[in-house]
Design a protein around this ligand. Structure first.
Ligand code: ADP
Length: 679
């Protein structure tokens, strides 16, 4: 039995009320004590009942006690059932909302007992109640807290759970509940809203849209979030509403809502605000928040914070897991792709370090160099021992490039096979670990390509030889013809023969160039060196060419004398080639400038034209065999071997050759030769 029952027991003896009874119940100021007749009509009413229910003794006398119940309870015939139970069982509990004269609800707790007179006759009932609203509120708070905690820990979708919390707050502990969270920009955004009357949710939203809260107001949600300090308003006086209202319409709406009490609590994590929860009681429940309520609200806020942080952490960890999965998947795919390449036997793959140790290699590589896997595993294959001497220098350079850039551009080299023969390959390397120098090399066997190239070179060699022999005969016959025609004095025939000679000479020089190419390829280009003044060579060549060129003037601007030890005929070939190119590739210009300068122990020869110029990307490729600038190749005929031969001749004289050029402006070709000081 609940605590206060004992006071009433005194009167539950089968005795009717008497003077002593009235005196006693008058002293119980916190209790409602009333008696009724058998039908429930009130016969006595103590002063406790007067204060709590608001009816005076006179007002209540003769009224049925069901007046004290809520309309719902009356509808359910609770008062009648209570009397019946009391009569049958000797006692009936009463624990529910009751209604005061002024329409205020309060939570009452007590019992109703039957009354008997001295003869044992049933005469009526006595009822004792106590206002337990405060206790009820605490119970409510606790039950709300328990439910809210359960909801908050039930899901990781914290926006949904906050909405559920707001929903159960109403009508448990508030008539209106909102949750605001700071968005990414740090602005409070409402994420949940519940109202005792669902229809009013929409209305509340419109109100908020029409009159958005002032973010700089000294009180209210933004301030609670800013300061991380809760606000409690046990009562909301009209002045507060007047202050908060933006205009008379706003004030009217606020008054209509009937604000009674409010509390706003911050949601905090690590001293940082995340948002706020506000609980509002309106005149509908007539509730007034106390510091107890505030503690409960703060507890809810702290659990909400936990839920938000948990969810955020979870989301972050999920994201991380997903990212990791993605990376793993990518890695797996790359590995699979690489493995496929590794196993495909199309290209050799080597894992090595910068000292030349080969850790692993695929079958394609082993086949290329003719070793077995066992030999590899025994450490018998080392980059350095399978590299012929002549490739050590380029390998060294490529290793430098690899260390510097992380990759080395592909280069051609050869490896010594197990049987001692050499295999030509193209290699590209990628650094795997710059600290240990571990790298991966891709090796493409180019034996087939080299063989083809060789055949082509052989063909060029044979073809030019075959052409050269009849051409020499033609040349011989034309010389004889020349003499005969001279004797005959036929001018027309002489002119035609001279033309024939020009073409024969051009053909001769082309075939000569081709022969030179095959000689260079075979390493058989011979030099017949002699001592001479380079100035004389330049002068002779210019004079010769000037005679045939009607369009250009060849100017020797600063041509010094310089003694050279070299193959005069071959160097003439180089200079002639540069001059004829300068004329050929500057059809709209009228001059070519030649320069010879001495620099320390070399001479620097330059040939400048004002012609079509050479694109930057082509400039260092011009000296390769058969290379021609594609853009110009249709406009100008040629084989693309003149500069290749020139470069070889200059290199064989320990000189250098290069070009400086600007498209549409012209080019200057330079070459250097060592000066012979002994002479
Ligand atoms: P060819 O002139 O027979 O094509 P070369 O080996 O002499 O062969 O020259 C290679 C290429 O270099 C030419 O095709 C041309 O595209 C370019 N070239 C050479 N000299 C010049 C120059 N003076 N001006 C512009 N382009 C040049």
């Amino acid at each position: 039995m609940k605590g206060n029952g004992q006071h009433v027991h005194v009167f539950s003896e089968k005795q009717p009320p008497h003077g002593f009874y009235f005196e006693l119940v008058e002293t119980l100021k916190d209790y409602v004590v009333l008696s009724t007749d058998k039908k429930g009509t009130i016969t006595t009413w103590n002063s406790g009942a007067e204060t709590i229910f608001g009816y005076t003794k006179e007002e209540i006398a003769g009224k049925h006690f069901s007046l004290l119940f809520t309309p719902e309870a009356r509808k359910e015939k609770v008062p009648e059932k209570e009397l019946k139970t009391a009569y049958k069982k000797g006692k009936a509990p009463d624990e529910r909302w009751h209604l005061t004269k002024h329409g205020k609800m309060f939570w009452a707790f007590g019992y109703t007992y039957p009354l008997y007179n001295s003869l044992g006759k049933h005469t009526g009932y006595v009822k004792a109640l106590r206002d337990f609203t405060e206790k009820k509120n605490i119970e409510n708070n606790l039950s709300f807290l328990a439910k809210a905690s359960k909801i908050l820990s039930s899901s990781l979708d914290y926006k949904k759970t906050l909405q559920s919390v707001a929903k159960i707050a109403v009508p448990h502990i508030a008539d209106w509940c909102t949750v605001h969270l700071l968005d990414n920009a740090g602005i409070p955004k409402q994420v949940a809203l519940a109202h005792i009357d669902p229809k009013k949710v929409k209305w509340a939203k419109t109100l908020q849209k029409k009159y958005p809260p002032n973010p700089d107001a000294p009180t209210g949600i933004p301030q609670v979030i800013r300061s991380c300090k809760a606000e409690l308003y046990p009562v909301i006086p009209q002045e507060v509403l007047v202050k908060a209202a933006k205009d008379t319409e706003h004030l009217r709406l606020l008054t209509e809502i009937g604000f009674e009490s409010a509390m706003i609590v911050p949601i905090i994590h690590n001293k940082q605000p995340l948002g706020a929860i506000s609980f509002i009681a309106t005149s509908e429940s007539d509730r007034h928040y106390t510091t107890h309520d505030l503690s409960m609200a703060e507890e809810v806020a702290s659990r909400a914070s936990l839920a938000i942080i948990n969810a955020t952490l979870y989301q972050a960890s999920q994201k991380e897991i997903e990212e990791r999965k993605k990376t793993e998947e990518q890695l797996r795919r790359t590995q699979a792709q690489f493995q496929a390449l590794y196993n495909a036997n199309i290209i050799g793959v080597i894992y090595a370090n910068s000292k030349g140790k080969i850790f692993n290699a695929n079958e394609a590589f082993l086949q290329t160099i003719g070793y077995t896997r066992k030999e590899l595993e025994k450490g018998k294959i080392n980059w350095n021992t399978i590299t012929p001497l002549e490739y050590k220098e380029i390998d060294k350079q490529k290793l430098k490039e690899l260390r510097k850039k992380g990759t080395a551009t592909p280069w051609e080299k050869e490896f010594v096979k197990k049987d001692g023969s050499q295999v030509p390959v193209i290699i590209g390397t990628v650094m795997l670990n710059p600290v240990t120098g571990e790298n991966i090399a891709f090796v493409l066997d180019i034996t087939e390509r080299k063989r083809l190239e060789q055949r082509k070179d052989e063909f060029i060699g044979i073809a030019s030889h075959e052409l050269k022999t009849p051409l020499t005969s033609i040349k011989g016959y034309t010389q004889i013809l020349e003499r005969i025609i001279e004797e005959l004095g036929n001018e027309r025939a002489k002119m035609l023969l001279s033309k024939t000679n020009t073409y024969v000479n051009r053909l001769n020089s082309l075939i000569g160039d081709l022969l030179d190419v095959s000689k260079i390829q075979a390493g058989k280009l011979q030099l017949n060196k002699e001592h001479f003044d380079f100035h004389d060579l330049v002068k002779d060549v210019i004079e010769g060419l000037q005679q045939t060129s009607t369009t250009h003037t060849i100017l020797c601007e600063n041509c010094i004398h310089a003694h050279i030890y070299g193959d005069k005929h071959r160097l003439e070939q180089v200079f002639t080639n540069l001059l004829t190119n300068a004329i050929k590739y500057s059809p709209k210009a009228d001059k070519v400038i030649v320069n010879i300068q001495a620099e320390k122990d070399i001479i620097k020869v330059s040939v400048t034209d004002f012609g079509v110029g050479i694109p930057k990307k082509d400039q260092n490729k011009l000296f390769q065999r058969f290379y021609r600038v594609e853009k110009m190749s249709r406009q100008f005929s040629g084989l693309g071997i003149g500069l290749y031969i020139s470069a070889e001749i200059v290199a064989r004289h320990k000189g250098q050759i290069w070009v400086e050029s600007k498209e549409k402006q012209g080019s200057t070709f330079f070459f250097t030769l060592p000066i012979n000081k002994k002479k």
